[in-house]
Design a protein around this ligand. Structure first.
Ligand code: MN
Length: 250
Protein backbone atom coordinates (compact mmCIF):
# COMPACT_ATOMS: atom_id res chain seq x y z
CA UNK A 1 0.00 0.00 0.00
CA UNK A 2 2.78 2.40 0.89
CA UNK A 3 4.29 1.86 -2.56
CA UNK A 4 0.96 2.74 -4.13
CA UNK A 5 0.71 5.93 -2.10
CA UNK A 6 4.32 6.78 -2.88
CA UNK A 7 3.85 6.25 -6.62
CA UNK A 8 0.74 8.40 -6.57
CA UNK A 9 2.69 11.14 -4.84
CA UNK A 10 5.56 10.95 -7.33
CA UNK A 11 3.15 11.28 -10.25
CA UNK A 12 1.63 14.32 -8.56
CA UNK A 13 5.03 15.81 -7.85
CA UNK A 14 6.14 15.37 -11.46
CA UNK A 15 3.02 17.16 -12.68
CA UNK A 16 3.63 20.05 -10.31
CA UNK A 17 7.18 20.48 -11.61
CA UNK A 18 6.19 20.29 -15.26
CA UNK A 19 7.21 23.13 -17.53
CA UNK A 20 4.54 25.68 -18.49
CA UNK A 21 4.53 24.26 -22.04
CA UNK A 22 3.70 20.76 -20.83
CA UNK A 23 1.15 22.08 -18.36
CA UNK A 24 -0.59 23.95 -21.16
CA UNK A 25 -1.30 20.78 -23.14
CA UNK A 26 -2.44 18.74 -20.16
CA UNK A 27 -6.16 17.96 -20.12
CA UNK A 28 -8.31 19.79 -17.60
CA UNK A 29 -7.57 18.67 -14.04
CA UNK A 30 -8.87 15.26 -13.01
CA UNK A 31 -12.04 15.48 -10.98
CA UNK A 32 -13.18 12.53 -8.94
CA UNK A 33 -16.63 11.02 -8.52
CA UNK A 34 -16.00 10.01 -4.93
CA UNK A 35 -13.73 11.23 -2.16
CA UNK A 36 -10.70 8.97 -1.80
CA UNK A 37 -9.56 9.12 1.84
CA UNK A 38 -6.44 7.04 1.22
CA UNK A 39 -5.04 9.71 -1.08
CA UNK A 40 -5.66 12.57 1.33
CA UNK A 41 -5.14 11.13 4.79
CA UNK A 42 -1.95 9.06 4.59
CA UNK A 43 1.63 10.28 4.12
CA UNK A 44 2.75 11.51 1.66
CA UNK A 45 -0.36 13.63 1.76
CA UNK A 46 -2.05 14.85 -1.40
CA UNK A 47 -4.80 17.35 -2.16
CA UNK A 48 -7.93 15.33 -2.88
CA UNK A 49 -9.47 15.87 -6.32
CA UNK A 50 -12.56 18.03 -6.40
CA UNK A 51 -15.87 16.21 -6.85
CA UNK A 52 -17.08 18.91 -9.28
CA UNK A 53 -15.65 21.45 -11.71
CA UNK A 54 -14.07 24.73 -10.58
CA UNK A 55 -17.13 26.66 -11.75
CA UNK A 56 -19.69 24.36 -10.10
CA UNK A 57 -20.22 26.78 -7.20
CA UNK A 58 -20.79 29.88 -9.34
CA UNK A 59 -22.02 32.45 -8.58
CA UNK A 60 -21.62 31.89 -4.82
CA UNK A 61 -17.93 31.00 -5.17
CA UNK A 62 -16.23 31.98 -8.43
CA UNK A 63 -14.20 29.50 -10.47
CA UNK A 64 -10.88 31.35 -10.14
CA UNK A 65 -11.18 31.45 -6.35
CA UNK A 66 -11.96 27.72 -6.32
CA UNK A 67 -8.96 26.94 -8.54
CA UNK A 68 -6.46 29.05 -6.59
CA UNK A 69 -7.88 27.95 -3.25
CA UNK A 70 -7.83 24.23 -4.07
CA UNK A 71 -4.68 23.99 -6.15
CA UNK A 72 -2.46 26.67 -4.59
CA UNK A 73 -3.55 27.33 -1.01
CA UNK A 74 -4.44 23.75 -0.12
CA UNK A 75 -1.49 22.60 -2.21
CA UNK A 76 0.85 24.70 -0.10
CA UNK A 77 -0.45 23.21 3.17
CA UNK A 78 0.18 19.72 1.82
CA UNK A 79 3.63 20.58 0.46
CA UNK A 80 4.66 22.18 3.76
CA UNK A 81 3.26 19.29 5.81
CA UNK A 82 5.07 16.65 3.76
CA UNK A 83 8.30 18.63 3.99
CA UNK A 84 8.01 18.97 7.77
CA UNK A 85 7.56 15.19 8.13
CA UNK A 86 10.38 14.36 5.73
CA UNK A 87 12.83 13.29 8.45
CA UNK A 88 10.24 11.77 10.78
CA UNK A 89 9.32 8.23 9.64
CA UNK A 90 7.50 7.61 12.94
CA UNK A 91 5.13 10.50 12.18
CA UNK A 92 4.81 9.45 8.53
CA UNK A 93 3.23 6.18 9.68
CA UNK A 94 0.31 8.01 11.32
CA UNK A 95 -2.90 8.93 9.52
CA UNK A 96 -3.84 12.61 9.40
CA UNK A 97 -6.37 12.28 12.28
CA UNK A 98 -3.78 10.42 14.37
CA UNK A 99 -1.14 13.04 13.61
CA UNK A 100 -3.43 15.89 14.67
CA UNK A 101 -4.79 14.14 17.77
CA UNK A 102 -1.19 13.43 18.83
CA UNK A 103 0.15 16.91 18.19
CA UNK A 104 1.77 17.10 21.64
CA UNK A 105 3.96 14.13 20.64
CA UNK A 106 5.29 15.99 17.58
CA UNK A 107 8.83 17.33 18.19
CA UNK A 108 8.81 20.98 19.18
CA UNK A 109 10.86 22.26 16.20
CA UNK A 110 8.17 21.15 13.73
CA UNK A 111 5.08 21.24 15.97
CA UNK A 112 3.76 24.64 14.89
CA UNK A 113 4.35 23.81 11.22
CA UNK A 114 2.49 20.50 11.60
CA UNK A 115 -0.28 22.18 13.63
CA UNK A 116 -0.93 24.79 10.94
CA UNK A 117 -0.42 22.69 7.81
CA UNK A 118 -1.97 19.40 8.95
CA UNK A 119 -4.85 21.46 10.32
CA UNK A 120 -5.17 23.29 7.02
CA UNK A 121 -5.06 19.99 5.13
CA UNK A 122 -7.83 18.51 7.31
CA UNK A 123 -10.03 21.60 7.17
CA UNK A 124 -9.82 21.93 3.39
CA UNK A 125 -10.25 18.19 2.80
CA UNK A 126 -13.59 18.53 4.59
CA UNK A 127 -14.46 21.79 2.80
CA UNK A 128 -14.23 20.43 -0.78
CA UNK A 129 -16.48 17.51 0.13
CA UNK A 130 -19.40 19.58 1.34
CA UNK A 131 -19.57 22.08 -1.56
CA UNK A 132 -20.76 21.59 -5.13
CA UNK A 133 -24.39 21.02 -4.13
CA UNK A 134 -27.68 22.73 -4.69
CA UNK A 135 -28.24 24.14 -1.20
CA UNK A 136 -31.75 23.79 0.14
CA UNK A 137 -32.35 22.15 3.49
CA UNK A 138 -31.13 19.00 5.22
CA UNK A 139 -33.58 16.13 5.57
CA UNK A 140 -34.20 13.09 7.73
CA UNK A 141 -32.32 12.42 10.96
CA UNK A 142 -29.79 15.16 10.22
CA UNK A 143 -32.62 17.71 10.10
CA UNK A 144 -33.96 16.23 13.35
CA UNK A 145 -30.53 16.53 15.00
CA UNK A 146 -30.24 20.17 13.85
CA UNK A 147 -33.64 20.82 15.42
CA UNK A 148 -32.69 19.03 18.65
CA UNK A 149 -29.14 20.36 19.14
CA UNK A 150 -29.01 23.68 17.27
CA UNK A 151 -32.57 25.00 17.47
CA UNK A 152 -33.55 24.25 13.87
CA UNK A 153 -32.17 25.07 10.45
CA UNK A 154 -33.02 28.78 10.44
CA UNK A 155 -31.41 29.30 13.85
CA UNK A 156 -28.37 27.28 12.78
CA UNK A 157 -27.93 29.49 9.72
CA UNK A 158 -28.28 32.68 11.76
CA UNK A 159 -25.91 31.51 14.52
CA UNK A 160 -23.40 30.07 12.03
CA UNK A 161 -23.36 33.26 9.95
CA UNK A 162 -22.87 35.36 13.06
CA UNK A 163 -19.98 33.15 14.21
CA UNK A 164 -18.42 33.33 10.73
CA UNK A 165 -18.74 37.09 10.35
CA UNK A 166 -17.61 38.07 13.85
CA UNK A 167 -14.55 35.77 13.80
CA UNK A 168 -11.64 38.24 13.92
CA UNK A 169 -9.02 37.64 11.25
CA UNK A 170 -8.81 34.19 9.65
CA UNK A 171 -10.49 30.95 10.64
CA UNK A 172 -13.45 28.63 10.32
CA UNK A 173 -17.07 28.35 11.42
CA UNK A 174 -17.74 24.66 11.96
CA UNK A 175 -20.51 22.27 12.95
CA UNK A 176 -19.01 19.39 14.93
CA UNK A 177 -20.55 15.94 15.25
CA UNK A 178 -19.79 13.34 17.92
CA UNK A 179 -20.15 9.57 17.76
CA UNK A 180 -23.74 9.74 19.01
CA UNK A 181 -24.71 12.22 16.32
CA UNK A 182 -24.84 15.23 18.65
CA UNK A 183 -24.10 18.52 16.87
CA UNK A 184 -22.39 21.68 18.10
CA UNK A 185 -21.43 24.98 16.49
CA UNK A 186 -17.91 26.33 17.02
CA UNK A 187 -15.50 28.88 15.56
CA UNK A 188 -11.78 28.18 15.29
CA UNK A 189 -9.01 30.67 14.42
CA UNK A 190 -6.37 30.16 11.73
CA UNK A 191 -6.12 26.47 10.71
CA UNK A 192 -6.92 25.05 14.15
CA UNK A 193 -8.61 21.74 13.36
CA UNK A 194 -11.03 20.13 15.81
CA UNK A 195 -9.23 16.88 14.94
CA UNK A 196 -6.51 18.16 17.33
CA UNK A 197 -9.11 17.68 20.08
CA UNK A 198 -10.08 14.26 18.69
CA UNK A 199 -13.35 15.70 17.37
CA UNK A 200 -14.97 15.41 13.95
CA UNK A 201 -16.36 18.14 11.68
CA UNK A 202 -19.69 17.66 9.91
CA UNK A 203 -19.34 20.76 7.74
CA UNK A 204 -17.90 24.24 7.93
CA UNK A 205 -16.99 27.44 6.13
CA UNK A 206 -13.56 28.89 5.46
CA UNK A 207 -13.54 32.61 6.27
CA UNK A 208 -9.92 33.25 5.43
CA UNK A 209 -9.81 36.15 2.96
CA UNK A 210 -8.29 33.80 0.35
CA UNK A 211 -11.66 31.99 0.28
CA UNK A 212 -13.65 34.98 -0.92
CA UNK A 213 -11.61 38.16 -1.51
CA UNK A 214 -11.43 38.02 -5.35
CA UNK A 215 -15.23 38.21 -5.62
CA UNK A 216 -16.39 39.73 -2.34
CA UNK A 217 -13.43 41.86 -1.18
CA UNK A 218 -14.39 43.10 2.32
CA UNK A 219 -17.97 41.78 2.12
CA UNK A 220 -17.49 38.64 4.18
CA UNK A 221 -21.15 38.59 5.23
CA UNK A 222 -22.25 38.30 1.57
CA UNK A 223 -19.91 35.32 1.04
CA UNK A 224 -21.08 33.69 4.26
CA UNK A 225 -24.69 34.09 3.16
CA UNK A 226 -24.03 32.67 -0.34
CA UNK A 227 -22.24 29.61 1.12
CA UNK A 228 -25.58 27.96 1.96
CA UNK A 229 -26.66 27.93 -1.70
CA UNK A 230 -23.88 25.50 -2.71
CA UNK A 231 -23.92 23.04 0.18
CA UNK A 232 -24.31 19.39 -0.79
CA UNK A 233 -26.77 18.19 1.85
CA UNK A 234 -26.86 14.57 0.62
CA UNK A 235 -23.08 14.39 1.06
CA UNK A 236 -23.26 16.13 4.46
CA UNK A 237 -25.95 13.61 5.46
CA UNK A 238 -23.59 10.81 4.43
CA UNK A 239 -20.89 12.38 6.63
CA UNK A 240 -23.41 12.49 9.48
CA UNK A 241 -24.20 8.79 9.06
CA UNK A 242 -20.47 8.00 8.90
CA UNK A 243 -19.83 9.95 12.12
CA UNK A 244 -22.45 7.92 13.94
CA UNK A 245 -20.98 4.71 12.52
CA UNK A 246 -17.49 5.77 13.64
CA UNK A 247 -16.17 5.82 10.07
CA UNK A 248 -15.91 9.57 9.39
CA UNK A 249 -12.18 9.79 8.74
CA UNK A 250 -11.77 13.56 8.48
MN1 MN B 1 -8.74 28.13 2.76
Amino acid sequence: MIDLFRRRFLIGASLLSSTPLIRAVLPTPAFAKEFDPTAALVFPYTVPALLYSYDANEPAIDALTMQIHHDKHHGAYVTNLNAALNDHPDLQRKTLPELLAGLNQVPEPIRTTVHNNAGGHANHTMFWQILGGKGGEPKGDLAAAIQRDLGGFDKLKADFNLAATKLFGSGWALVLVDGEGKLSLVARPNQDSPLIEGKRVLFGNDVWEHAYYLKYQNRRADYVGAFWSVLDWPRIAARYAAAKAGTLAA
